[in-house]
Design a protein around this ligand. Structure first.
Ligand code: GDD
Ligand code: MG
Length: 351
């Protein structure tokens, strides 16, 4: 059996001020053509799985059923980033179905217009994970030297004979490089990491030993699992740094579907433009407009504007994200949109 695990416990700080501590990005309806939240749209793409779990931290657990009514909610004792979350949810997946499952871990912040192509690829990746006992990542063809993604160096080609799906060795995994290194990876033919993984519980627990997730793996693996103690025994760490960068046996399956990560404001422009090349998502001056913002543009182009029922006037500016929700305003150049996280960290420090 295949179990889909949706990771929906992040705060989405790069989408501030639309996302706030009590309103994380997975519950927002950004970048879609309907009112469904990112989490609801993610859950609607899990038809390839026999069961779906949504993993989240305690603060968000009560709201999950509104967005994913058919999923089982897995609550982490405390937010420790995606490494502990993925390991714990994978452990819980063993209990959710009869027989040894393959687990497919999905972020809740992706834009994937073609659900059929997506589900076919997930089924292929799950098969590779089940057949080979490797950790399987999905590789997206990169189009720019993005610094917000992981990069995968592919190795030897394998499979692809008979009905066995094709995949490649995962030769190296590099999470979030700086811009120069990202440009080199692009030249060298690396993939972007889609942030989606497939593995058997046995494979993940094998690879988690000797990593920062080791103490949690030990706490979950005995006869008497103790998630509470295990979570308090680990530091926050993403699954990419904790496991993927050091996995001994991993594979990459090409992601042959259109894909974007909606985790930062610059992404909205790509998604709105792609979905709507001649108009609705973008105004006449080619500003991308999201949410309920209304824009007056005077010699202003290539900006991203988002807001809740705000009227925004842009005069003579280019390449900015201008975002206004509640009593908060954010202005950031598009190419620095990843750094909104730093502003949110400062706000938290300031209380
Ligand atoms: N359950 C749970 N618990 N989920 C969490 C937690 C947590 O503590 N922290 C984050 N998440 C969820 C987020 O809600 C999101 O759905 C998902 O995990 C991924 O987190 P992001 O913060 O969006 O990760 P990223 O985009 O910076 O990087 C990852 O995805 C990229 C592609 O989208 C990495 O895997 C990159 O390598 C990858 O390229
Ligand atoms: Mg993301």
């Amino acid at each position: 059996p295949v179990v889909a695990v949706i990771l929906a416990g992040g705060t989405g700080s790069r989408l501030y001020p639309a996302s706030r501590s009590d309103r994380p990005k997975q519950f927002l309806a950004l970048g879609g053509d309907d009112d469904r939240s990112l989490l609801a749209r993610t859950a609607a793409r899990t038809g390839f799985a026999d069961a779906t779990l949504v993993a989240t931290r305690p603060e968000f657990a009560a709201e999950v059923p509104e967005h994913a009514p058919d999923a089982e909610v897995v609550v982490e004792p405390v937010g420790r980033d995606t490494g502990p979350a993925a390991l714990y949810a994978t452990h819980r997946a063993r209990e959710a179905v009869d027989g040894d499952p393959v687990v497919v871990v999905l972020p809740a912040d992706h834009h994937v217009p073609d659900a059929d192509a997506f589900e076919a690829t997930m089924a292929r990746g799950a098969r590779v994970a089940g057949d080979t006992g490797r950790l399987v990542a999905f590789g997206v063809e990169p189009t720019r030297p993005a610094t917000g993604y992981g990069y995968i160096e592919p190795g030897e080609e394998r499979g692809g004979t008979g009905s066995a799906p094709a995949y490649r060795d995962l030769a190296a995994f590099h999470e979030k490089p700086d811009a120069d290194t990202a440009a080199e990876y692009l030249d060298e033919g690396h993939y972007w990491n889609a942030g989606i993984f497939a593995w058997t519980p046995a494979a993940l627990f094998r690879e988690a030993r000797g990593t920062p997730l080791g103490p949690l793996a030990d706490a979950l693996d005995g006869d008497d699992p103790d998630p509470e103690a295990g979570f308090w025994a680990v530091e926050p760490v993403s699954v990419d740094y904790a496991v993927m960068e050091r996995a001994a046996r991993a594979a990459v399956v090409p992601a042959d579907f259109a894909w974007d990560d909606l985790g930062s404001w610059d992404a909205l422009e790509r998604v709105l433009d792609a979905g709507d090349p001649d108009g609705d998502g973008t105004d006449a001056a080619d500003n991308a407009v999201a949410g309920d913002a209304e824009v007056l543009s005077v010699d202003a182009a290539d900006n991203v504007v988002a807001g809740d029922d705000k009227h925004v006037s842009l005069v003579g500016v280019e390449g900015l994200c201008v975002v206004a929700y509640d009593d908060r305003v954010l202005v950031v150049p598009k190419e620095e949109a990843q750094r909104v996280r730093d502003a949110v960290d400062r706000l938290k420090e300031a209380g």
